[in-house]
Write a protein that binds this ligand. Structure first.
Ligand SMILES: [Zn+2]
Length: 230
């Protein structure tokens, strides 16, 4: 595992531009999709991911300033209900005592608190707020990744790393707004967050699962649960 590749925000050797290979599936080619208010977006010919061109990315300081505004209060009932879209299907699949990792937990680890209340052990990793590399040095029974994958500058590399962090038989739960109708893209609330640089269709996530040998389930809108076979 190459720990330096955990780059939720801090890109190093990535070059996302037209005619480049897709950074999500590493198979398709990126071509111009559209320009919205000065930001350029590319589309993969294979997995249909939509990716913000690198020239439109925020720099890391600007990015962290946006993340610091996120209000992840674990006592907010509305926020807990939102997270239950992921925690409930995960809890259907894992047993109390399981060791998990909340990857990209942000400043307020509400999700980890909810899983701990259900008897799970949960470690925290976030490149800005919980950057300890020691949490990435051993595998886990399950990993949660809520509102994270849309921020990835090098998605395929991070998905590879999540695969390495997952024990055989383990579960990965991802929450992100699935991309659907292209006609609504320009005004889509998810696109308007300047830290969101990659958008996945359900089919895009299915291709990621296929590449890594995972089995995908979609228990509800915008949630995908991946199983790494034994
Ligand atoms: Zn692709």
């Amino acid at each position: 595992m190459q720990k330096s590749e955990v780059v939720l925000g801090k890109a190093a050797d990535v070059n996302v531009c037209e005619d480049a290979t897709c950074t999500v599936c590493e198979l398709g080619v990126l071509t111009h999709f559209r320009a919205v208010k000065g930001q350029n977006y590319l589309r993969c010919s294979h997995c249909e991911a939509t990716i913000m061109a690198q020239a439109s990315w925020l720099d890391p300081d600007e990015e962290q300033a946006v993340y610091s505004l996120h209000d992840n209060d674990p006592n907010d009932l509305g926020y807990r209900a939102f997270l239950e879209k992921l925690t409930l299907p995960m809890l259907d699949r894992i047993k109390p005592g399981a060791l998990g990792l909340d990857f990209g937990c942000g400043p307020g680890p509400a999700l980890a608190m909810m899983l701990r209340e259900a008897g799970m052990e949960v470690a925290l990793y976030d490149p800005f707020f919980y950057p300890s590399q020691s949490t990435l040095s051993h595998p886990y029974d399950f990993i949660t990744c809520t509102e994270v994958v849309e921020h990835l500058h090098q998605p395929a590399k991070v998905f590879n790393q999540l695969d390495a962090l997952l024990k055989p038989g383990g579960w990965l739960g991802i929450m992100t707004c699935f991309q659907t109708c292209d006609e609504r893209f320009d005004n889509w609330h998810y696109r308007r967050d300047p830290t969101h640089v990659v958008f996945y269709r359900e089919a895009t996530l299915g291709l990621i699962a296929k590449r890594l040998g995972w089995i995908m389930a979609v228990p509800c809108k915008n949630v995908a649960i991946f199983h790494k076979p034994l």
